[in-house]
Design a protein around this ligand. Structure first.
Ligand code: UDP
Ligand code: MG
Length: 318
């Protein structure tokens, strides 16, 4: 199997016929083996029965997963990826805001040797105030913090080689951070400008609150990617810094006591110093506990702390 399209569907009844038309049209011209996995994320409109009709008509290509309730777009994407077979996985939205006609362009980029091609909705057709502007800031922030520079993390339309999707799981709202995880396992990443259309039918499931979640997720992602195999560097580093500040304050207080006869306990600096010492010490201990957790994590799953691209003259698949 060459290609797996993975599409999350939540109350998109009026978009599905258009979506299937566009997919069939694009796939016909491509001449690759393909499948499309549609994950119904607990829709309460007619989406599921429409998907069932298409699956019955074309069991060779159309596969459907139906959730018991709404678990969110990321969970739907994760389920689709878990059940996919293709060497290349393409994610897109079901609402026809992404254009399936862009798929060949993404594939051309993969053929150039990239492992991940990210769509960039340069001309995005969503609400400027609640979506486009916050998203611009979020993209800038994510790029700065993670060092993976993309213009449009939020664009679902992206193409992935299967091997860069293995080795991490998606939680919360994290599908937009796949490029960051993929980068951490050594993926070669690029982006291309893709079409974006205003939503014709149904309505968006997101608003301004989404950006807040993205910023919180960014903390987790940064921590996981940069420190998950060496948490003591973060906790120990912070702890050490706090203890050094504490020591400097103490020295200052004692010098002041001895040469200028000012009482040590008479100023809030003393309490501050004690507090910093305790916090710093605690932080170091937390770092040690985190180190234990990391070992349990890797060893219980036999997860190596590295990723291999190819092996030569060694047993293994490549
Ligand atoms: N979606 C989903 N579960 C959800 C919310 C959304 O599967 O809980 C799907 C939705 O059907 C669509 C895609 O995720 O295919 C993107 O959703 P939406 O168009 O609402 O997001 P926007 O384009 O406004 O960012
Ligand atoms: Mg949309």
């Amino acid at each position: 199997m060459n290609l797996s399209l993975v599409i999350p569907v939540y109350n998109e009844q009026d978009n599905l016929a258009l979506l299937f038309d566009a997919i069939y049209q694009t796939m016909k011209s491509l001449g690759k083996t393909w499948e499309v996995i549609l994950v119904d994320d607990g829709s309460y409109d007619r989406s599921l029965s429409i998907l069932q009709e298409y699956a019955a008509k074309d069991p060779g290509h159309v596969r459907v997963i139906s959730f018991r309730r709404n678990f969110g777009q990321t969970a739907a994407i994760a389920a689709g990826i878990d059940h996919s077979d293709g060497d290349i996985i393409i994610l897109l939205d079901a609402d026809m805001q992404n254009d399936p006609a862009d798929i060949p362009m993404l594939l051309t980029k993969l053929d150039e040797g990239y492992d991940l091609v990210s769509g960039w909705r340069r001309n995005r057709k969503d609400n400027a105030v609640t979506r486009n502007f916050p998203s611009m800031i979020a993209n800038w922030l994510i790029s700065r913090v993670t060092g993976v520079h993309l213009h449009d993390y939020g664009c679902t339309l992206k193409a992935y080689r299967r091997d860069v999707l293995e080795g991490f799981r998606l939680y919360g709202e994290m599908h937009r951070f796949i490029p960051v995880f993929a980068n951490s396992v050594g993926a070669r990443i690029t982006e291309v400008v893709v079409n974006h259309h205003p939503r014709k039918f149904g309505r968006t499931k997101y608003g301004l609150e989404r950006t807040a979640k993205v910023v919180l997720d960014l903390f987790t992602v940064k921590f996981l990617v940069s420190y998950s195999s060496k948490p003591i560097y973060l906790f120990g580093g912070t702890g050490g810094l706090l203890m050094i500040i504490s020591a400097i304050i103490m020295v200052y207080l004692f010098v002041r006591r001895i040469f200028f006869l000012v009482a040590v306990t008479g100023s809030p600096l003393f309490q501050t110093s004690v507090m910093f010492f305790i916090l710093g010490f605690q932080s170091m201990l937390m770092g040690l506990i985190a180190e234990l957790l990391v070992r349990t994590y890797h060893e219980s799953q036999r997860k190596p702390t590295y990723t291999v691209r190819t092996k030569i003259n060694l047993d293994g698949d490549d």
